[in-house]
Design a protein around this ligand. Sequence first.
Ligand code: PLP
Length: 391
Amino acid sequence: MSISSFQAPQRVLMGPGPSDVPQRILDALGRPTIGHLDPQFIVMMDEIKELLKYAFQTENALTLPISAPGSAGMEACFVNLLEPGDKAIVAVNGVFGKRMIENVQRCGATAIAVDQAWGTPVDPDAVEQTLAAHPDAKVLAFVHAETSTGAISDAETLCGLAKRHNCLSIVDTVTSLGGVPLYVDRWKADAVYSGTQKCLSCTPGLSPVSFSDAAVAAIKARTTPVQSWFLDMNLILGYWGQGGKRAYHHTAPVNALYGLHEALVALQEEGLENAWLRHATMHQALAAGLEALGIEFVVKAGARLPQLNSVYIPDGIDDAKVRGLLLEKYSLEIGAGLGDFAGKVWRIGLMGHSARRENIELLLTALVDAFGQQGLTLDLDIALKAVADAL
Ligand code: PLP
């Protein structure tokens, strides 16, 4: 048997992540590997922490990337803040809220779910009632940007409710970071985690996290050790801590961190507000084009994530055939529906570098072609004009 090198095809990524990775980031990944305790590498690590503070809008000293994907960032937040016997309230309005519940339970803590309809934002009134009914809760957890549905929740209000009820907030910002306004300090979020493969347009596999002073105090006040050795922030700090001696904890993914550094430098160059604005503008253009084709959004206007557009698959259209044609003929990926939305919905990502006019035009062209092959004839010119008018 002779297996040769893998040659990845050139795709346009308009799904729920990963997003298109710009060449400058791919170039950064290919730079020479150096030791993970090399003095020059440590300088770069400190820069990553500073750049992440900017991206998260925080002064939290404990801000760094976990060497594993977003799910590990999620787990890091739960295992560090929860001990067996604790209680956590979790708002569930999609797949990732459900995953939070599993994390709580695996910590030996009790999860109180605030179940919400899929495709809607978390309802602060329902959360407040639950907080009032459970004054012994230690944590309120929710997803800022639910990638499974495309709904954005009011993180500022929810973090404020957590503070008023003496809870620590855990906020999933995997899809929100870099794509929509996120102010960790101003909103007083306590533990946030994200991912590199969404609006930062970096490769998957790293999870930026940030912990407030209150969260750090709660970690220090634990009476039991953090159940996960790898995700114990006390130990991770020995490697990522500011200045001083760095101790070996695990071998950092050196080249992946070059990529993250480059992605964060690119974000700094563009400016956070400009990146948010670009996502919002491209979303308006995409929405105009899709609506001109008669395609309907799942989430009502005002609660839509610009970077993740969930739309209903038109009646009579075969989901898998459309996605197959898009991939084979146009090398274009969009996302299938997840969980309750499987087979009913497409998830169209406009994340990071993918949030560009040419991607929107390519998608509309490909959809009109795919629908035409299934007997649904639509006018591409009208859709492209709607995009142009929106821009
Ligand atoms: N949370 C949200 C909102 C996500 O969208 C994802 C991934 O899509 C995750 C958590 C998990 O991240 P990862 O797949 O990088 O582990």
